[in-house]
Design a protein around this ligand. Structure first.
Ligand SMILES: Nc1ncnc2c1ncn2[C@@H]1O[C@H](COP(=O)(O)OP(=O)(O)O)[C@@H](O)[C@H]1O
Ligand SMILES: [Mg+2]
Length: 424
């Protein structure tokens, strides 16, 4: 059996906290069985590594590993995504489609944010867990599959059960073994270690000398609440690495990167000019990132359509608006020939195949490894900034979504989804 240390190295997990070590040990122990596992812990604590460890150390490692973000798939399509549908099952179902449970036969499915599953989907999931049976949407034929489930949640499942949002029987089925990851504020010894690791990674990435923290800055790091946990710490390390000119960062400087820091700490008085310059610079940076993310999502959607459909002409016709948005209106528009080449370039297969469906746009069967990396880059502050940009734009246009969407360079549908996501 591989040691906890070896697993940490293999999966890029940093830290020596007792709670973290116990979680990894449990994952190693439970991996060879087919037992369902529920990973719990706040957002950003590193839950996504656990199902990967379990899959890789199991006899299913040559099978598929599919990560599904249940919270990101609209309620109307989730059954079809998970279990597939028959041709004609609903408007737009022009072809019979396999769902993840069929595709992942012999492998592992990671159901992230499982607490977000609609109740009707929970019934279907319970059936798969109990006897491996499922039925495609719009079909009456019972199918069999052999899938191992690892689920994760950052919500209190007992509360969800009490409120009638989650089935108790399903909860017990999913959580035969529970693996809990402690929040970062309870892993004090790991905080500075993680910061140093991230700072050194970003120094390498941005070709700059590594950022160091003064003693009082380290103390500030240790006493901070880290409600976004390791994701937030990584984000702070990145921001500091990119934006600070002085390579040794004091607590005064660090403070501006930590939102809602306790008011018992001394306030930072900075000259008005430099702080407003800084804000603008950061704002521009975020806007650029935000636009790039939106373009990337559009491109991913288009590529996926091509992979699924194979017929470039059809795809071009159906996605005219999207193509114009990405490539421009005039002669930059891609020809059907260009698209054909794209469609023919199959993504490189690898064993085991990692499929990550946790994309920001509509649910997608994303077969690219980089999809996961993109997901990881999506940091807490970026989301906060995005929220701020959306709010401001909506205010400016007195709530008129069409105008706000145009200003933000996103589709009205995306804006609508974001409004729902951020509860605006
Ligand atoms: N112990 C760790 N060492 C290194 N990176 C980590 C660790 N835990 C989490 N991360 C990184 O933090 C980010 C958030 O982790 P993730 O698994 O997505 O959190 P969660 O799913 O719990 O919200 C990811 O980029 C992940 O690689
Ligand atoms: Mg996650």
């Amino acid at each position: 059996m591989e040691s906890v240390q070896a697993i940490k190295q293999r999966f890029g997990i940093i830290g020596n906290d007792g709670g973290l070590n116990r979680a990894i040990e449990k994952a190693i122990q439970v991996a060879p069985t087919d037992i369902s596992v529920l990973v719990t812990g706040e957002s950003g604590v590193g839950k996504e590594a656990i199902p990967k460890i379990i899959h890789q150390l199991s006899h299913r490692k040559h099978g598929k590993y599919i990560a599904v973000n249940c919270g990101a798939i609209p309620e109307g399509t989730i059954d079809s995504e998970l279990f597939g549908h028959e041709k004609g099952a609903f408007t737009g179902a022009t072809q019979t489609r396999s769902g993840y449970f069929e595709v992942a036969d012999g492998g592992t499915i990671f159901l992230d944010e499982v607490g977000e599953l609609p109740l009707t989907t929970q019934v279907r999931l319970l059936r798969v867990l109990e006897n491996g049976e499922f039925i495609k949407v719009g079909s009456s034929k019972v199918q069999k599959t052999n899938v191992r489930i690892v689920a994760a949640t950052n919500v209190n499942m007992f509360e969800a059960i009490e409120k009638g949002k989650f089935r108790e029987d399903l909860y017990y089925r999913l959580s035969t073994i529970e693996i809990h990851l402690p929040p970062l504020r309870k892993r004090k010894e790991d905080i500075h270690l993680l910061f140093r690791k991230f700072a050194s990674d970003f120094a390498l990435k941005y070709k700059m000398p590594t950022i160091r923290l003064s003693d009082d800055a380290i103390q500030m790091l240790l006493n901070y609440r880290w409600s976004g946990n390791i994701r937030q710490l990584r984000n702070v390390a990145e921001q500091v690495s990119v934006l600070e000119r002085e390579r040794t960062v004091s607590s005064q400087k660090l403070r501006s990167y930590l939102p809602d820091i306790g008011s018992n700490l001394p306030a930072v008085v900075e000259s008005k000019k430099s702080s407003s310059d800084f804000n603008n610079e950061r704002e521009i940076l975020y806007k650029v990132l935000f636009d790039m993310k939106s373009d990337l999502n559009d491109l991913k959607k288009l590529t996926l359509e091509l992979m699924k459909n194979g017929n470039a002409k059809d795809v071009q016709e159906q996605n005219e608006g999207l193509i114009q948005k990405i490539y421009g209106q005039n002669n930059e528009e891609p020809t059907a020939d260009n698209l054909e080449i794209l469609a023919l370039e199959e993504p490189e297969e690898s064993t085991p195949e990692i499929v990550d469906t946790t994309t920001v746009e509509a649910p997608q069967e994303d077969r690219y490894h980089y999809a996961e990396e993109i997901q990881e880059e999506e940091t807490l502050s970026l989301q906060e900034k995005e929220l701020e940009l959306i709010k401001k734009s909506l205010e400016r246009h007195q709530g008129k979504r069409k105008l706000a969407a145009a200003e933000l360079g996103i589709s009205e549908r995306t804006l609508y989804r974001k409004i729902k996501q951020y509860d605006l």
